[in-house]
Write a protein that binds this ligand. Structure first.
Ligand SMILES: Cc1cc2nc3c(=O)[nH]c(=O)nc-3n(C[C@H](O)[C@H](O)[C@H](O)COP(=O)(O)O)c2cc1C
Length: 213
């Protein structure tokens, strides 16, 4: 059993990284081998629409043919037993690197055939983790929840049953006073980090363990 987790934040040791690691620890508690990939260490692009993954006679049918740092990760994901993808929300979306990963990971499996949805022949459970500045109420009222449901449904159709964990009002910097950011109360965020974030970590651990039933 092997679980791969993607940290889709450029910041190591921060919210997304911590939660993806907690989810991995949960998977490890069920006996899974684990691997964490820091996406921002890799040099890669999104889908380049070469169409090799759709070519009828060709060695790349159903598999991404672009060769860069992401290709070996896609190959390992193709073989893994559970997948965790963590991303901060940047301008109401996953980060650019996670979006590029999603293009490459999902487009290779999408078929344009009428009678078949995916080229992926197994079912692999997924956990999608998002961290963000907004509150849970705002997250729901400005359309983020629909976006997360969209990703959950696409992954479920193409790869396997996907679940979502959201972590809101994150602690964004160690010293709010240093920056132009009067919209946020740094003390409140720090208190939340000490009181609510541990609950999010526990949820991440439990959902990580839940990837294995
Ligand atoms: C470029 C950028 C854009 C952001 N845009 C949003 C946004 O649209 N909505 C939001 O709720 N938070 C936004 N944030 C805040 C981050 O999502 C939040 O601080 C997140 O927890 C950071 O993750 P990290 O600590 O793992 O790096 C943004 C942060 C950055 C740096």
């Amino acid at each position: 059993m092997k679980t791969i987790a993607i940290n889709g934040s450029p910041r190591k040791g921060w919210n997304t990284h911590i939660l993806t690691e907690e989810a991995l620890k949960g998977a490890a508690s069920k006996g899974s081998e684990t691997e964490l990939v820091n996406l921002y260490d890799l040099n890669f692009k999104g889908c380049i629409s070469c169409f090799e993954c759709k070519r009828r006679v060709g060695k790349s049918l159903g598999r991404c043919a672009a060769r860069d740092d992401l290709k070996p990760v896609l190959d390992r994901i193709h073989e893994c037993d559970a997948l965790i993808i963590g991303s901060p929300i940047y301008i109401a979306e996953v980060t650019a690197a996670v979006r590029a990963l999603i293009e490459r990971l999902t487009f290779q499996y999408i078929t344009y055939n009428k009678d078949k949805t995916t080229f992926f022949t197994r079912r692999v459970p997924l956990l999608l983790i998002y961290t963000m500045n907004v509150s849970e109420d705002v997250m729901k009222s400005i359309g983020y929840a629909e976006k997360f449901k969209f990703y959950e449904d696409r992954f479920t159709a193409l790869i396997g049953p996907a679940k979502t964990l959201t972590c809101t009002e994150t602690w964004q910097t160690t010293d709010y006073a240093k920056y132009e950011m009067t919209m946020f109360d740094g003390d409140e965020r720090k208190t939340r980090r000490e009181t609510v974030f541990p609950r999010d970590k526990r949820k991440a651990f439990e959902l990580g363990a839940g990837l294995f039933g």
